[in-house]
Design a protein around this ligand. Sequence first.
Ligand code: ADP
Ligand code: ZN
Length: 739
Amino acid sequence: MIARVLIDGPSELVFDYAIPPDLPVEAGCRVRIPIRQKTSSGTVLSVIPPPEQSQFAMREVQSLIEPEPLITPILLKVARWISDYYGSSIESVIRSILPEAVRTEDNSAKTRRIATACENPDPAEIEKLVKRAPRQHAILTLLLATENRTLPTTDLGEGSAATLKSLATKGLIKISTEEIRRNPEAAEEIIPSTPLTLNNQQQEAFEAINASLANLSEPQPPFLLLGVTGSGKTEVYLQSAQAALDLDKTVLVLVPEIALTPQTVRRFKARFSHLTDQVAVLHSNLSQGERFDEWHRIRKGTARIVIGARSAVFAPLPDLGLIIIDEEHESTYKQENIPRYQARDVAVLRAAFEPCAIVLGSATPSLESWQNTLSGKYKVLRLDKRADAHSMPLVRVIDMRLEKQKQKGQVAILSDRLRTALEQRLEKGEQSILFLNRRGFARSLQCHSCGYVCECPHCAVALTYHRTDERLVCHVCGHQSIVPRKCPECKNPGIAFQGYGTQKVEEVLQKVLPEARFARIDADAMRRKNALKDILKKFKSNKIDILIGTQMIAKGLHFPNVTLVGILNADLGLHIPDFRAGERTFQLITQVAGRAGRGELEGEVIVQTYTPHSPSIQFARKHDFDGYAEQEMEMRRQFSFPPFAHCGVLTARSTHERRAEFTLQTLHLRLKENLPPGITLGEVLPSPLIRSHDQFRFQITLRSHKARPLSKHVQAILQKTSLPEDVIVVFDMDAYNFS
Ligand code: ADP
Ligand code: ZN
């Protein structure tokens, strides 16, 4: 037989090698192979029959790096599907499944020598040592007094090798090698938690998931756990995970972003703290060695619960019983770089292949998942009330157009109502969260006289003023420049700020509530390591009164003393050219509002907006997902947008504007020839972000009720067309980003 091998390294080479008769090479194995004069390493993609007749003597696989395949047949199948569906090369997908740290042999497991005293040594023997060999006696006594009678040899003092050897010869101790785990979580303190008694709806949901777990010999329909914020979804996840473990199965938990969901991660750790070594958390900031160890602990089945973000969907868990996807609507599940994929959809596919049970949870499900429940593909499980019997927070909508008139045309940042509410919370010693989806001090710098706006020289966006370092910063490419004192265009000194950001809010608060203690959470403030953790800890222990933040604080945070949430400019996200703008705004407001009143105290939410009647705001105000979904779905159906069609975006970019546009026009012509039925081909248009990182961008949007024909057609045309070297063309299937 022949092994088709993907060679390690950036060049994505695939070569065939003959398999020597005595070498058990399977698909998914890591192998050493000869390339020219050298030995290289690679991954076996498939094992295939030899060609009928071949002119060349094929070179042979030299050896196996690991005795067993590192990629399971199911993950290989998943890889092929991703490559096919999203048009990513199989090489790029395999690279995500086998992370760099695992492919590099230098990271292999660390071992150490340990000494173990024998059980019940003869007291006479010990007595003899006291005089003749006091060092041996000291070491033996130390070991006997230690738990398991074992210590690493390095803990037994310098130059103890000879002493240990003598003890071993006498049969008093045994020296052996032990694998040590580089444990990234070692320093963390966790308080164990016990299961809560489930309420009726939680119990129903739990039983449905349990029934699925009991019936894994057949593929089970995915569950959509639709529960309002604070309804106890996490408790259902925890008990379902336990049920899967009880069946000797493993559990995969996906969260939108590890750093932004510290509380969810802690709750899993707390519930399964008695299984210390069985929980693995896959952070993006693990060292290569840690990643290597965690990966192998997972593959061997030692770690039985894996928590991670998007790429953890490839975690090599054996005997997978349950996949949980928390906040399934989050766009972070979409990978925007190569290989492009949507981790939620890949997880659903993996669950079908395994087969295992899968639960997608959210208070504001994506309309894609919602449509799947309406069509009967997914089963919905509902939690309609908050678990702790408290009511949902009261949401007030403030019309900022009126507020602007009151404040004589000035941009109002805090309405009277919100300011009063903040004062009341301060008096009562309760906490508040202020949410603004924009970092920086002010949005942009604009000349009042000629209208000139300071823009990024590389991207078609206005620069944002950052007060702390007195700079204008591009939020697309990071370009920084100094703040001009007068208009660069007409030299008028009347250049002023438009809009505002989190830093400006901080400044206003300092003025109106000088006695309040506040902290800011946004990407700028969080550049320091552990900054987020530190602030959340302080907030939890009531050392901060008001937390100001961007969407970084919208997810999964639970602070019982927060009774007020203010959303400063709720319509910021509404006016971008993206059909999901309304859906995102609804999700964001509902999620942020859900941070209020999560303890004994009742919560209040104040939403400031310039478009108080927009459905996103009105339905979020009533916590009404069904109502929102119904009216939004009607619109999507009418215009054939997802979830009623699949939508792919073909983008061309180049430093040469004309060449980018021309390339896309050529592709448009070819796509149009023999266009399969059912596909709507859009025109070549400039992207909303027409210039970014010095490159001009154009795009074509394609839509189709069936995904496969669309994906296939575009890929076939891309393969047949040779592109100019200085134009980059990208196809994004099921796109989430239309800028
Ligand atoms: P969600 O994940 O849906 O936002 P959580 O799981 O965070 O909700 O639950 C909100 C709060 O309710 C938490 O403090 C949790 O401990 C509590 N809770 C959940 N289930 C129960 C229950 N069955 N009985 C009492 N309290 C519960
Ligand atoms: Zn820029």
